[in-house]
Each structure stands twice: as C-alpha cells, then as structure tokens.
Design a protein around this ligand. Structure first.
Ligand SMILES: Cc1cc2nc3c(=O)[nH]c(=O)nc-3n(C[C@H](O)[C@H](O)[C@H](O)COP(=O)(O)O)c2cc1C
Length: 365
C-alpha cells in the first residue's frame, strides 16, 4: 500500500516546490484509509519518560506542524509522532520560497519561521483524536512578535499538557530571530523553572506530562555544559538533540542552494548532530533519556544514533529523498543489530560508542 502510493506520487512530488509537495503529502495522508499497521516486534519496544513506545522511530517536529495527521503517521509505522511547532497565536511565518532541497547532498534548508495555525486549531484536533491513543508529543514555540516569550511557553504547556503524551520546549529554531538566546544559561534556567511549574499546576487534569528540551547542534561545548546542567537541575524529563544547523559544511555540493538562509537538515547534518548527541549523553550521565535526530537516512545511521546515546530517534528530511519505506528499513536494521550482537533490547546498546565518538576529531564544518 505504502509502496504503491509512493511509486505513484514520488515523481510528481519531486517536480513540485518543496512546500507544495509537503502540502500535497499532508492532504494525501488525510485521505489515506485507516488501515491498522502490523504490530512491531516486541524487541523494538522502548520505555522512556514513563511512556511506552511500540518502536523507537519517531516523526520529527515540522512535518505535521498543525496536528492534522498524527494518526495517519502512526499508522505508517512510526512509533511516535511529534506535532508542531505550535505557537499561541496563528502566524504566517516567513515569505516564500522558504524550503529548499539540496538534492545532491540529501539535505534541506528551511526558513519557515514557525508558520502556525495557532494553539486553538491544534488543540481542537488533538482533543478530538485523544481517545485514539499512541504516543503524540507536542512541540511548542513562542510567537515572533511576543512581548514575553517565556510566558508563551508557559501558556502553551498549560493548554496542551492534557492532550500531549509529552511536550517539547523548542528553543532551537534558527528562524525566529533571538529565539535561540533562550538557550543561554540565565534565560534557560528561568524558562525551565517556569515551564516545570506550569506542568505541576495542571498535573491534576493532565497527569505528569513529560517535558523535553530540544536544542540546537550549534551550541559550543561550554554552552552545552550549562544547558545540560540546567536541564538536570530543573529536572526536565529528556532532551532532543537536535534541531537544524546554521553551519554549512564545506562538503556541500549544491553550493547555490547552500547560500540560502535558514537551518540545514538531512544527511549533511549527521556528523555534527551525532557528535552533539554523544557530547550530551556523556554530560547527562543517565539522568534522563535522549532523542537523537539529524541526518538519519539509513538503518546504519539510525543504529549509530543509538550507539552515540539516543534511546529514541526521529527523522524528517530523509523521508523526502528515500520515502516511507525507510521506516521499515530502519526497524529491520535495528532488529538485525540486536541479533548480530545477541542483545535482548535496544537499551543494551544505547551510548555504547558515546565516549569513543567524543574522542574523535570535531566534524569538519
Ligand atoms: C521543513 C522543516 C521544518 C521543520 N520545522 C520544525 C519545527 O517546526 N519545529 C522543530 O522543532 N523542528 C523543526 N524542524 C527540524 C526537524 O524536526 C529536525 O530537528 C531536523 O530536520 C533534523 O532532522 P532530519 O535531518 O532528519 O530532518 C524542521 C525541519 C524541516 C526540514
């Protein structure tokens, strides 16, 4: 079914502007028949943040920004879906064009700038699908014109906690000017204190909603020391490493598109994101689990993320180039790795290579 859909749609989608192709894909997912997916092999199950994931492969934030198709995505075989980024008020984002495919590199540059239908529209959809279950995380961000960005996060957590499996505090998008400053020590400490307070305030209605922090791969290691220290002190439930990068590796072949402003994702992000994941893992010292993403485009790349310290993974860009078959390919490779290494569960290989990765030379920028 997926294969047929893709063979029919792929040639068309690649002739379209990336944002139009994305819009069409979301429309097709809305129309997809609600077939029940095959059950996952039990060895792929992960328990993290006190949640049960049937498999560890998640749809990253940014694909379903407005919470339109989380159930269709779960049915495609994802173990979890992160919707958003959702902002309190609707906002249009940056002028188009604002998404670019770097075909030769397997990369994407986007400067969408939190185009969002706003909290009310997403809340209505998420409340309606809540009985369906499944792990659906909600990624929240501040409005561009907000006078008090921290207050935006607090407001969003209070609203969304009752319908969220977990909430992600996204302070790492490069496309809202100044947003990444919320990763600086004092601002982050204040933000996380208030966000965790907000979660506690609604615990009676919403239960103990896990709060995750999504960071940029462009932090310095000194900044990462601070971020991890604050995340641990404020007792967040996990971190996501990470968002898109502002850097442009010298290896990029599509040098024209590489000049576009915005965040780079996909294969060229893999070395930096995986290094930052390992650096985060050694600093976290098992205080909480990590979600690893950035450039996963094969089973081997997925496996490397677990070995660098991820308990769960997410992906987005590679789906544009490799299609939905990649989800099954990754799951098959993870099972094959468990068999090769005679391990009972993925947890047994999480972080196995983290120290070695941090000892390598810094990935070429
Ligand atoms: C078109 C596009 C839109 C994105 N929008 C968001 C977003 O709204 N919020 C967010 O936290 N990350 C967003 N991301 C970042 C992804 O969630 C992910 O962190 C990044 O793309 C690295 O993963 P990948 O290499 O598998 O794509 C977006 C990425 C792309 C390509």
């Amino acid at each position: 079914m997926i294969g047929l859909f893709e063979r029919l749609a792929a040639p068309l989608l690649h002739t379209l502007d990336p944002e139009q192709a994305h819009g069409l894909t979301v429309k097709m997912l809305k129309l997809a028949p609600p077939l029940r997916p095959a059950a996952d092999d039990r060895r792929l199950a992960v328990r993290a943040f006190k949640l049960n994931f049937p498999n560890p492969v998640g749809m990253a934030a940014g694909f379903d920004k407005h919470a339109e198709v989380p159930d269709a995505l779960l049915r495609l075989g994802f173990g979890f879906v992160e919707v958003g980024t959702i902002t309190p008020k609707p906002q249009p984002g940056n002028p188009r064009p604002r998404v670019f495919r770097l075909e030769a590199d397997g990369g994407v540059i986007n400067r969408l700038g939190f185009n969002s239908q706003g909290a009310d529209a997403a809340l209505r959809r998420l409340a309606a699908r809540a009985p369906a279950g499944g792990v659906v995380g909600i990624n929240v961000g501040a409005n561009k014109d907000s006078a008090d960005r921290t207050a935006d996060y607090v407001w969003l957590i209070e609203r969304f906690a009752p319908v969220a499996s977990y909430v992600t505090v996204n302070v790492s998008s490069p496309n809202t000017p100044g947003l990444r400053n919320l990763q600086q020590a004092d601002a982050l400490d204040d933000l996380l204190a208030r966000v965790v307070d907000a979660r506690e305030r609604v615990v009676a209605q919403a239960g103990p909603t896990p709060v995750l922090l999504k960071i940029a791969p462009d932090l310095t290691l000194a900044e990462l020391d601070d971020v991890v220290g604050i995340a641990r002190a404020r007792r967040v439930d996990g971190m996501i490493v990470g968002n898109t990068t502002l850097s442009r590796p010298a290896s990029l072949r599509d040098t024209m598109k590489a000049k576009e402003a915005g965040g780079l994702s996909g294969r060229p992000l893999f070395p930096l994101a995986t290094r930052m994941l390992a650096e985060t893992y050694v600093r976290v010292e098992d205080a909480f689990p990590l979600i690893g993403l950035g450039g996963i485009d094969s089973g081997a790349a997925a496996l490397a993320k677990f070995r660098a310290g991820a308990s769960l993974i997410q992906l987005y860009s590679a789906l544009v180039f490799h299609g939905l078959g990649l989800i099954a390919e990754i799951k098959a490779e993870l099972l094959a790795a468990l068999e090769r290494e005679q391990l009972a569960a993925l947890a047994d290989l999480v972080g196995a290579d983290a120290a070695a990765v941090t000892a390598e030379e810094w990935p070429a920028a």
